[in-house]
Design a protein around this ligand. Structure first.
Ligand code: UFG
Length: 326
């Protein structure tokens, strides 16, 4: 199978590239390197370009003619999306429309799209399954929901077959230690905890201990990045199954929530030292609990996360953070 990974130089995209290569597939990456890292991808054909420009993506679609397009090229910081919404609508929403039109023009009909739990907004139930109403509370979530809606329309009207995967909290790193999470600035919990552990930051700031949760700290469902990547391959199989619809939607999470302080304690156990922390006010836009009901991915895709335990997820991230290469 020939795969084109849009945004393949980013955190999740680069793990997807490795997973595809290990499975023996032919892979090319399209990336504008605005936030991704060239060092994160090797032995792969690279097309440098911007998805918002049809003139840049079209020749790649027509020349490479992938069997499967995977889209990871999104801005994904909630806070940034609230102060610079234009960036999110241009890059995420308009970028996907350009891609869909290019795929339509060149008769490419298989897409796996990275979406997010942020489309659900404020959770109305303890475990969020795919039937939970979508009501984003930030521009990032809206930009992804608009994409989902366009993809669904193109499936209905133009013969596209697509799987939309709504990730909960992507985390960890490839166990090889060669690639991992490297955002600038870093806003995610596990890398911030490990940066404090390795001395690259003085301490980790914990946002609020007065949330409506069992211990007052925010609860999230952390899912290993390679388990996410595996689900994409299974979703491609499902796109080729006649018994499955043209537009498919799956939540991806472990179905288990951990509070911020539980993550910190688990990290201390992994690294074998105390990690300095300070308490701050709540971060705007943080729902108290986000835990996936991911039974559909398990039953229909046959997906079983291979690294579901929090301490193992953190251990893979720790290996990366000790010798961070980029
Ligand atoms: N947190 C801290 N200190 C930090 C960083 C985070 O206390 O330095 C807390 C946050 O307040 C939150 C939890 O740790 O309660 C997790 O925060 P992250 O920033 O790691 O992740 P989010 O849950 O905010 O968001 C992530 C992705 C989004 C996606 C969402 C879906 O970044 O793109 O998961 O679940 F939409």
């Amino acid at each position: 199978m020939k795969a084109l990974v849009i945004g393949g130089a980013g955190y999740i995209g680069s793990h997807m590239v490795k997973t595809l290569q290990r499975a023996g597939h032919e892979v090319a990456v399209f990336d504008n390197f605005s936030t991704g890292h060239r060092e994160a991808i090797e032995d792969v054909k690279i097309y440098e370009g911007d998805l918002q420009a049809a003139a840049e993506i079209d020749p790649v679609l027509s020349g490479y003619r992938p069997d499967l397009v995977l889209h990871f090229a999104a801005r994904s910081l909630v806070a940034e999306s609230m102060v610079d919404p234009a960036l999110y609508h241009a890059n995420n929403t308009c970028g996907v429309m350009t891609l869909l039109d290019g795929m339509r023009r060149h008769k490419l009909d298989r897409l796996v799209f990275s979406s997010t739990a942020a489309v659900y907004g404020f959770p109305q139930q303890r475990r969020i399954d795919e039937s939970h109403p979508t009501a984003p509370i930030n521009t990032y979530g809206w930009s992804k929901l608009f994409c989902e809606s366009m993809i669904s329309d193109y499936c209905r009207a133009y013969g596209l077959r697509a799987a939309v995967l709504r990730y909960f909290n992507a985390s960890g790193a490839d166990p090889s230690g060669t690639i991992g999470e490297a955002h600038e600035p870093e806003t995610h919990l596990i890398p911030n905890v490990l940066r404090a552990a390795v001395g690259r930051a003085d301490k980790v700031t914990v946002f609020g201990k007065d949330h409506d949760t069992r211990d007052g700290y925010c609860v999230r469902d952390y899912i290993h990045v390679n388990d996410l990547a595996d689900a994409h391959l299974l979703a491609y199989d499902a796109l080729n199954r006649a018994d499955q619809p043209d537009f498919q939607l799956y939540n991806l999470g472990n179905g288990q929530g951990f509070s911020v302080i539980e993550v910190l304690r688990a990290a201390e156990a992994v690294v074998g030292r105390t990690i300095p922390m300070e308490l701050a006010d709540r971060r705007a836009g943080d729902p108290p609990v986000l835990v996936a009901g991911a039974g559909k991915a398990r039953s229909i895709l046959g997906w079983t996360p291979k690294i579901p335990e929090l301490h193992r997820i953190i251990a893979t991230a720790w290996r990366w953070h000790q010798e961070q290469r980029y």
